[in-house]
Design a protein around this ligand. Structure first.
Ligand SMILES: Cc1cc2nc3c(=O)[nH]c(=O)nc-3n(C[C@H](O)[C@H](O)[C@H](O)COP(=O)(O)OP(=O)(O)OC[C@H]3O[C@@H](n4cnc5c(N)ncnc54)[C@H](O)[C@@H]3O)c2cc1C
Length: 512
């Protein structure tokens, strides 16, 4: 078989998955990454002698990776060591209110019963049943499909199925749907937070996003070596299959010839010819012209008002005390509506933030208190990093509020400047250009927003999109699905060209 050279821009999870899948099919893959390591948002920051995961930390939907490796005749667990967590997360509010959720549904029911009463626990059971149903309805026609398609959903009876769920109105907001399940405002807040996994406000996201609660219930794993280890394992496996990965290699233009993608020009001036190009950079960079005027046509612009959340993070190694941390911990603000109002309407850091703390040396076992431990502390922030510069005073003021609220919930973190690394929306905008620091592409506000994410094929033959800003959406497994879709579309188009060499359809491969 001829080699069919393919260039992939970006070694985020989607780019890595595409590289792995295409190398496994025997294509000649070159993966270009502008930074010095794979993973993109799945980055690790070196602090002292420790490596702190400073992007995603909650790993779900492992079946995506099981299937990917199986399709290449390999076993995922031979390459990445996973540990299932019994406790999904520990949640806390001011004072002593605490609630753990577990992978075992009946344990969560019991915990919710103790926390908020038997009636609320019974309503949680209905919530579990309905979120499972939403997931089942949407998995094949939506999550696994290469393009978001209303007709695909209708064809599979998706909307009919959703409408039949008594508590859910597919066109209503997640927040109002949650009010039909939970009478306790703390539980509405807890389950509403899942909207932020898509970078959205629970007050504006559609009710269908409640399916994320089901995804998490299906399992959360910790990864040996941190989640960045997954990126390294994929990069190593893709290379073992013959892919070439070039780090510190910045793509500056997607080359086209006769309206078809035919390669990439690097910032260094070097040109690499290819039969197809997969783009894993954010679509805001594509539509913003960072890859040339021809590539711009591949993606519609995302106006700043439609951007998803950014974040302000502290990656640190520190001594903690006063609170029995689990691996994943959430400390809730007193006024959730005000928090999202600050971010999405006020365009400012929340005055009273909800704080996520990942204690990376901990699993289920409480064990002995570590002397110092690796932590990621994260709050949601507006994606205005391209028009606002977060100065030291503003960041320190926010740190006072953030770490102060943790203290109100009982957690003391002995933060030292020399072992703390801060990342602001401005930094995220630098790492992921043209996004303003938005970490999840377009926000999922309104029920049609998910249909506006571009699919893998573009209107430029031979040019494909993959990543968290494309369909089916953000999050490590979802972006991985998009990488798999881009590879599958490319292979399909290649097969159709092999059968009929003169055919070149929109989004299909070019033959030079
Ligand atoms: C702080 C934080 C917390 C998160 N928490 C979670 C979580 O707990 N669970 C979860 O599932 N998800 C989480 N996410 C979301 C998840 O990390 C992302 O959705 C996913 O990793 C995005 O992958 P991607 O394929 O879009 O690539 P990205 O990670 O966006 O990577 C794109 C890559 O392209 C490269 N690139 C860009 N331009 C060029 C160029 N011109 N030339 C060459 N290379 C280029 C970039 O350097 C980068 O490596 C989190 C994200 C962040 C930032």
């Amino acid at each position: 078989m001829p080699k069919y050279p393919v260039v992939i821009v970006g070694a985020g999870i989607a780019g890595l998955v595409s590289a792995f899948a295409l190398a496994a099919r025997g294509l000649e893959v070159t993966l270009l990454e502008r930074s010095a390591a794979p993973g993109g948002k799945m980055r690790q920051i070196g602090i002292g002698g420790s490596k702190v995961d400073s992007g995603p930390t909650v790993f779900t939907m492992r079946w995506v990776f099981d299937e990917l490796f199986a399709a290449a005749g390999k076993k995922f667990s031979d390459h990445v060591r996973l540990l299932p967590l019994d406790t999904l997360a520990r949640h806390a509010w001011d004072g002593n209110d605490r609630l753990d959720l577990f992978a075992d549904e009946s344990r969560s029911v019991e915990a919710i019963g103790d926390f908020a009463g038997a009636a609320e626990a019974a309503r949680y059971r209905s919530f579990c049943r309905d979120t499972r149903r939403i997931y089942d309805i949407l998995e094949t026609p939506f999550l696994r499909a290469p393009q978001p398609s209303m007709s695909g959903l209708l064809g599979a009876g998706g909307f009919r199925g959703l409408v039949q769920l008594p508590q859910i109105k597919p066109f209503s907001s997640m927040w109002s749907a949650l009010a039909r399940y939970f009478h306790d405002p703390r539980l509405r807040q807890l389950f509403g937070r899942y909207a932020t996994y898509c970078g959205s406000s629970p007050f504006k996201a559609p009710a269908t996003l409640m399916l994320i609660a089901h995804v998490e219930r299906e399992g959360v794993w910790s990864i040996d070596g941190g989640i960045h280890g997954l990126a390294r394992a994929l990069a190593g496996s893709a290379e073992a299959l013959g892919a070439t990965i070039r780090y510190n290699a910045e793509a500056a233009e997607v080359l086209t010839s006769k309206e078809r993608a035919c390669g990439v020009r690097l910032a260094s001036g070097e040109r690499i010819e290819a039969d197809a190009v997969i783009m894993n950079a954010d679509i805001a960079a594509v539509s913003g012209g960072l890859f040339g005027i021809n590539a711009r046509r591949a993606a519609a612009a995302i106006p700043p008002s439609a951007r998803s959340l950014s974040a302000l993070t502290w990656s640190l190694v520190a001594k903690t005390g006063g609170f029995p941390l689990r691996r994943h911990n959430v400390f809730f603000s007193r006024d959730y509506a005000a928090e999202f109002d600050d971010i999405f309407s006020g365009d400012r850091l929340p005055r009273d933030p909800t704080v996520y703390v990942c204690a990376q040396d901990r699993d289920d076992d409480a064990g002995a208190e570590p002397a110092e431990e690796k932590l990621l502390v994260l709050i949601n922030a507006p994606a205005n990093g391209d028009r606002h510069s977060f100065g030291t005073a503003e960041v320190e003021q926010c740190a006072q509020r953030t770490f102060g609220m943790l203290e109100r919930c009982g957690l003391r973190i002995h933060r030292r400047p020399e072992t703390t690394e801060v990342t602001t929306p401005t930094d995220f905008n630098r790492l992921f250009p043209a996004t303003g620091g938005a970490l999840y592409g377009r926000s999922s506000h309104g029920w049609t927003a998910t249909f506006r994410r571009p699919g893998a094929r573009t209107r430029i033959p031979g040019f494909y999109l993959a990543g968290g800003s494309t369909h089916p959406g953000p999050g490590v497994p979802m972006a991985a699905l998009s990488g798999r879709s881009a590879a599958a579309c490319l292979m399909q188009d290649l097969d159709s060209i092999r059968r009929s060499p003169k055919t070149a359809m929109p989004g299909g491969m070019s033959m030079r």
